[in-house]
Ligand binder design. Structure first.
Ligand code: C2E
Ligand code: CA
Ligand code: CA
Ligand code: CA
Length: 276
């Protein structure tokens, strides 16, 4: 329900009032941002470790606020999810990301779009994906939808059917933030996935403690035996790359390889490096 969590508390502190006021402001700002076209999409590169080849980009939304500047999604996506605006914002991102990708010079590159559980609607989401593909002309094989474990907790047949319908179009499904949810292993056999993204919390401790190394190695092994691609996200150091390569990880994404930016900027910096 949209009205979960704090709105059901029967007591308030001054702090919570301030918090509620702040959320109200964000909520009103978001509705306006949609109307005034204040959102932007940045793209973060993903590489195959095997041959260091660029495989595609993840689309990440930004709010370019006229007064407050660039606002990161962690500050407004949760509010959008609570007030229902996530549906319109999500539609905007999906269409924008598909349109951009359809115009990239390299028409083999993929684009990954985040679809949060609050925005995922069985019966509707598959139509929106089909519409975005049709409107942009993007080949379905170039689109990937990133979902999180929270969607699967509901575990309804309707969710499974929608994921299957999206996959049947040729669009890939990636499980984002893997390892941070509760039932990671039990649903893996029941839901159709093409890719698992290991949460950056694990990647950032790689090489620092042996239990994290063991967890990451076993997720990669699990992926390999299930025939699912593994992406490590939040890769920041060369040491992490070395360890991931040794463990057989397929794909990498992180500041070490490139921050979210416009695709034009990414291409210019690649050309500069090639010229060096
Ligand atoms: P996410 O989907 O897990 O996205 C990865 C986040 O990690 C991004 O943060 C990215 O900038 C950041 N990141 C990438 N590499 C590194 C690294 O090496 N080190 C560190 N410390 N961080 C790294 P961002 O762009 O701020 O997005 C945060 C979250 O907001 C996303 O997490 C996703 O859950 C949500 N989000 C972003 N864009 C959208 C969107 O279009 N729709 C929806 N529903 N959610 C979105
Ligand atoms: Ca993601
Ligand atoms: Ca993630
Ligand atoms: Ca996340």
């Amino acid at each position: 329900s949209k009205h979960s969590g704090r709105s059901t508390f029967s007591w308030y502190t001054a702090e919570m009032d301030a918090d509620a006021q702040h959320r109200k402001e964000i909520e009103e700002g978001l509705a306006k941002a949609l109307r005034l076209d204040q959102f932007d999409v940045l793209f973060q590169p993903q590489y195959a470790l095997k041959d260091n080849r660029l495989t595609g980009y993840e689309a990440l939304i930004r709010w370019e606020h006229p007064v407050k500047g660039r606002i990161p999604p962690d500050l407004f996506i949760p509010v959008a999810e609570d007030c229902g605006l996530i549906e319109d914002i999500g539609d905007w991102v999906l269409n924008r990301a598909c349109q951009e990708a359809a115009n990239w010079e390299d028409n083999t590159l993929k684009v990954a779009v985040n679809v949060s559980a609050a925005q995922f609607k069985p019966g509707i989401t598959e139509r929106k994906v089909a519409n975005a593909l049709r409107a942009s002309g993007l080949k379905p094989e170039r689109l990937e939808i990133e979902i999180t474990e929270s969607l699967l907790i509901a575990n309804t047949d309707a969710v499974v059917e929608t994921l299957k319908a999206i996959r049947n179009m040729g669009v890939a499904i990636a499980m984002d933030d893997f390892g941070t949810g509760y039932s990671s292993l039990s649903y893996l056999s029941r839901f159709p996935f093409d890719k698992i993204k290991i949460d950056k919390a694990f990647i950032q401790n790689l090489g620092d403690d042996t239990s994290t190394d063991a967890i990451v190695t076993s997720i990669i092994g699990l992926g390999r035996s299930l025939d699912v691609l593994i992406t490590a996200e939040g890769v920041e150091t060369e040491n992490q790359v070395t360890l991931l390569r040794a463990a057989g990880c397929h794909l990498v994404q992180g500041y070490y390889f490139g921050k979210p930016d416009s695709v034009r900027n990414h291409q210019e910096s690649r050309l500069r490096k090639q010229a060096e």
